[in-house]
Design a protein around this ligand. Sequence first.
Ligand SMILES: NC(=O)c1ccc[n+]([C@@H]2O[C@H](COP(=O)([O-])OP(=O)(O)OC[C@H]3O[C@@H](n4cnc5c(N)ncnc54)[C@H](O)[C@@H]3O)[C@@H](O)[C@H]2O)c1
Length: 293
Amino acid sequence: MSTITTVAVLGAGQMGAGIAHAVALGGYSVRLYDVAPARLPLAQGEIAASLSRHVGRNLVTQAEADAALARIAVTTVMADAVSDADLVIEAALEDEAVKKALYAEVAPHLGPQTLLASNTSSISITRLASASDRPDRFIGLHFMKPAPVMRLVEIVRGIATSAETHAAAVDFAESLGKTTTDAEDFPAFIVNRILVPMMNEAIFALYEGVGNVASIDKALRLGANHPMGPLELADFMGLDVVLAIMNVLYDGLADSKYRPCPLLVKYVEAGWLGRKSGRGFYDYSGETPAPTR
Ligand SMILES: NC(=O)c1ccc[n+]([C@@H]2O[C@H](COP(=O)([O-])OP(=O)(O)OC[C@H]3O[C@@H](n4cnc5c(N)ncnc54)[C@H](O)[C@@H]3O)[C@@H](O)[C@H]2O)c1
């Protein structure tokens, strides 16, 4: 297996930008691709701002931040992004059809040894791998948000993932200073199988009037020592992502305990997606987030 020096990241949203940041700081050359041209300058701005914050907190030096930024090239041309990549990390929308179409599109441009990873939060790695041209070199590399800060990378093997691919993925994640945990390929893996139904339950508690946004988040922050309340965390993840994960759990496990709360569905239908759209369970237009219910 060849060593990894160049990494392509497909999708420059919240996660793609964060992964590009973390990978560039790890010393790799990064090619950041998005289908939406307007996303790329925004992602570059977010990465620069995030690196500056890390310099301010003495997590990296200015020289390391400058070098990391210089290692990230952005493009809307798929071939330019992936043709010299040793590892491709897909971080596009949490939509199985979108991801599968992307693997078909990328296949002709990949080198024979290139590893293909998905950052999916919940979708079956075996199913995604089967839509690629390389199921043995396909793996789930699940970074948490924010990717530059969170220590864990959840590693998910599909049924066809080779032992060499798994070892390379673990080595790669560790080279970024991350710790890995292995999850079997069941819907939403470990972290989101447990975390996201808790957020959905918090939304049910809000929907049924057990508490309001502030009281529910305060209860879990102070009563369970969670660093963020569940509604604050759902807004941070993106309510469309939270809903997509609940749907994967509901469809994949066929158990009514995973039904998405109707209030979550309504918020997503309204375009209230949380922090990234300016409104979710909190309104982000002012100085500090204001609870909306
Ligand atoms: N938000 C989280 O907390 C979180 C955490 C871990 C993993 N994830 C996973 O990461 C992935 C991305 O989530 P996100 O929160 O960054 O979403 P996002 O909506 O912020 O970003 C998705 C990006 O994908 C781009 N995109 C759409 N179709 C594409 C295509 N065909 N080719 C390339 N780019 C395309 C969009 O333009 C957008 O920039 C999802 O699979 C999600 O489940 C999300």
